[in-house]
Design a protein around this ligand. Structure first.
Ligand code: COA
Length: 704
């Protein structure tokens, strides 16, 4: 990251608008007008070859005519002139460009975009865009965009790949009362990308939370690293999660929209909270920008209405933060501020009689009490109370409690009086929502933040170079034969080198050898054809199972060989594998792909219909630490199967975690060579009895 240049991009002391126009309605006019109307205090230099004055500002004929190199140049000239302007900016000593101009990689002109970036880097300039709306910053009164106005004031910062969405969200900040300091359009991300800005925002005292609208990330690993290193919460809305949506996103931004499940995995590993839609992005951003994480599971609800209390309780369970009854001592104290027919359990129902005082006393006690990890205050509008006064009582109670570091939020169900009270709360640092389920979802975001951040660095991932060296030898043999598919025996040798518990498999070159191997493994055994020309062994009748004795081995050897010859007369046969017949267990599948955005990515799911019909699988970017793997085992729908069903003992989770951990190291080590792998099935036995990898597949990358 070119930090000095990004400082100038984000907090310029002077701004040049190249292509400033005197014609209202043109982007070059609007950007200049916005700078002035936004109240920007720095110097503004309009540049236009023909005009002498625009919006009462003196105009310069060219970049070279400027009295000084402006900190930031906003380019609003057509694409055919834009790169030449960039060259002039570089020669002038300008260090930051905000290129609003469209017509680059998003329409297939990658050549022009490369030229722009080459020019920029030649002069040490950074480029925001091209193809952007620009950027806005409340803390610098800087509307360097053609968006309508600076956003509703707050401490979140939006980074968006869609410029149009920036403009729409800018307006929504006022209706939703969610405050932003900055809004940044990054368009084609030809230079400055999400990762650079996330890193830069870490030191920005005006930003408490980073909010992302993502269509497609270019450098997945750089993104993960930047997010992992960020101390400030990050929330992302990923667009293009449907098959059709992904295609639309790709054509819009010119970047690849990867598989939604891999993005979800990467966000988890990067410590990024996700939003499900635009409304949800606002709800969650508000909470994350104003409140600390929810660090425990003791959430208390205080209400003046039983109905909203029940709705909030249902929502809490739905969003994974179910309520518990408050302990007796807490209940005793809470009873002091409610009528006899109230309830001090949880939700704490003070009844419709609750006024400012009861809210004050209850919130003050409950927020300060060590049992409470987080507090949600619900209010239904009544004729006897003033919503603004209730809001003020909640804020005063929170301040007077002396407690800090716990989340608190408010849900107010009512009309315009409640809207005003909620705005007051937000302006005074307390997230406020209408419907209780929105508040509970926002509280769940604070809980998710705590969970994913605590999983970030729990286990160190250790790779052993000896494993990679052994794998390289085996891969070299296949490459020498001009093959990209390893045989099952070769794949298992690599798995074994990484310590994966494979079902013992040896390659017999003749019948006698097969008999010796079967005896040494122990009956019964499985026998399979091993040939690079026969990928689907069963189709070639090349597999025999449950072979119980020597005669069976001899008979199977002959039959398998004959079947293979019938299937493909000229098949190159390496021999016949003799394999331990593993006892049955719960079938799972582990596999890997090389994701276009995030690189080697490990997949886990239950075998059989779970994977084939339900596609019940989950991913993580490799390598993966063990706490993330534990999480993988819980997040598939078929997770209860691992606990043991129909009287079965619980499955050996520890052994399965170890397999996934080693598997992820393996695919990470071999990422340069391997494109896809499968361990399918893996049989998982009862606790303490381990797992067995029964079949193995490794496909190498095609080399040019
Ligand atoms: N230096 C300074 N000014 C120059 C110039 C140069 N080298 N070359 C041209 N200009 C001036 C023009 O004279 C004109 O000013 P005028 O109105 O006083 O004549 C001004 O720059 C703009 O040029 P014009 O040809 O009128 O272009 P335009 O305003 O119609 O469009 C863009 C320019 C950049 C807005 C347009 O090409 C574009 O890319 N639009 C899409 C922007 C967008 O949507 N971004 C992404 C959002 S998600």
């Amino acid at each position: 990251m070119n930090k000095e240049a990004i400082n100038k991009l984000m907090r310029p002391k002077s701004v040049a608008v190249v292509g400033a126009s005197s014609q209202p309605g043109k982007i070059g006019y609007t950007v200049l007008e916005n700078l002035i109307k936004g109240g920007y205090k720095g110097k503004i230099y309009p540049i236009n070859p023909a005009a002498t004055e625009i919006l009462s500002l003196p105009v310069f004929a060219s970049v070279s005519a400027l009295p000084e190199p402006a900190d930031l140049a906003i380019i609003t000239v057509p694409v055919k002139f834009a790169n030449q302007v960039a060259e002039e900016c570089g020669q002038k000593g300008i260090k930051a460009l905000s290129v609003i101009t469209s017509g680059y990689s998003e329409v297939g002109r990658n050549d022009l975009e490369k030229e722009l970036i080459d020019i920029a880097h030649k002069y040490g300039m950074c480029v925001l865009g091209p193809n952007i709306v620009g950027s806005l910053s409340n803390s610098d009164d800087l509307n360097a965009s053609f968006g309508p106005f600076l956003p509703f004031k707050g401490s979140a910062t939006l980074i968006t790949q869609s410029g149009a969405l920036l403009i729409a969200m800018d307006a929504i900040t006022y209706t939703r009362k969610v405050g932003f300091d900055k809004m940044i359009s990054i368009g084609n991300m030809a230079d400055v990308d999400f990762a650079d800005l996330i890193e830069w925002l870490e030191d920005d005292k005006y930003t408490s939370c980073t909010c992302l609208y993502v269509e497609g990330i270019k450098d997945g690993r750089k993104f993960i690293d930047a997010c992992r290193n960020a101390k400030k919460p990050i929330i992302a809305l990923k667009a293009g999660t449907s098959v059709h949506g992904a295609a639309a996103a790709a054509s819009h931004t010119g970047s690849l929209a990867g598989s939604a499940k891999v993005y979800t995995a990467a966000f988890q590993q990067a410590g990024v909270v996700q939003a499900s839609d635009l409304n949800n992005l606002f709800d969650r951003t508000l909470a994350l920008s104003l409140m600390p994480p929810l660090k425990g599971t003791n959430l208390l609800l205080v209400t003046n209405g039983g109905g909203v209390g029940v709705l909030a309780t249902d929502a809490a369970e739905k969003f994974g933060i179910p309520l518990k009854f408050a302990p007796p001592d807490v209940q005793e104290e809470l009873k002091k501020h409610m009528p006899a027919f109230g309830s001090a359990k949880n939700p704490v129902d003070m009844t419709g009689m609750a006024g400012n005082d009861w809210y004050y006393e209850t919130v003050k006690f409950a927020y300060a009490h060590p049992w409470t990890d987080g507090l949600v205050v619900l209010y239904c509008e009544t004729a006897m109370t003033s919503p603004v006064e209730i809001a003020q009582a909640v804020k005063k109670a929170m301040d007077d409690s002396g407690m800090k570091g716990k989340p608190i939020m408010v849900s107010m169900v009512g009309g315009t009086r409640c809207d005003k009270a909620m705005q007051w709360l937000v302006e005074n640092g307390i997230p406020a929502y209408g419907p209780p389920d929105q508040a509970m979802n926002a509280m769940a975001a604070l809980s998710e933040l705590n969970r994913i951040q605590s999983m970030l660095d729990k286990t160190e991932v250790v790779s052993d170079p000896a494993c990679a060296a052994k794998a390289a030898e085996i891969i070299a043999v296949a490459r020498g034969d001009g093959r990209t598919a390893l045989t099952e025996v070769e794949a298992k040798q690599i798995f074994s080198a990484y310590g994966l518990p494979i079902a013992q498999t040896w390659l017999a070159k003749c019948e006698d050898e097969a008999v010796e191997m079967a005896k040494s493994i122990g009956f019964p055994v499985v026998m399979k054809i091993i040939s690079p020309d026969i990928v689907h062994k069963s189709d070639a009748k090349g597999v025999k199972v449950n072979i119980k004795d020597e005669a069976g081995v001899r008979e199977s050897y002959k039959t398998i060989l004959a079947n293979a010859k019938v299937y493909k007369a000229d098949a190159n046969i390496h021999g016949i594998a003799v394999q331990e017949m593993a006892p049955s267990g719960t079938e799972v599948i582990v596999g890997s792909v090389n994701d276009a955005t995030f690189g080697p990515t490990v997949m886990f799911g239950l075998g059989g219909i779970f994977v084939e019909v339900l596609k019940d699988v989950t991913f993580r970017v490799a390598p993966v630490n063990k706490s993330q793997i534990e999480q993988m085992l819980t997040e598939i729908r078929g997770a209860p199967m691992l606990k043991g069903v129909r009287g079965e003992l619980p499955r050996d989770r520890a052994a399965l975690v170890d397999v996934l951990y080693r598997y992820a190291i393996m695919i990470s080590d071999l990422a340069g060579e391997v494109s896809e792998t499968d361990a399918n099935p893996i049989l998982v036995y009862a606790e303490g009895k381990g797992v067995k990898v029964v079949d193995a597949r490794i496909i190498l990358k095609k080399k040019a």
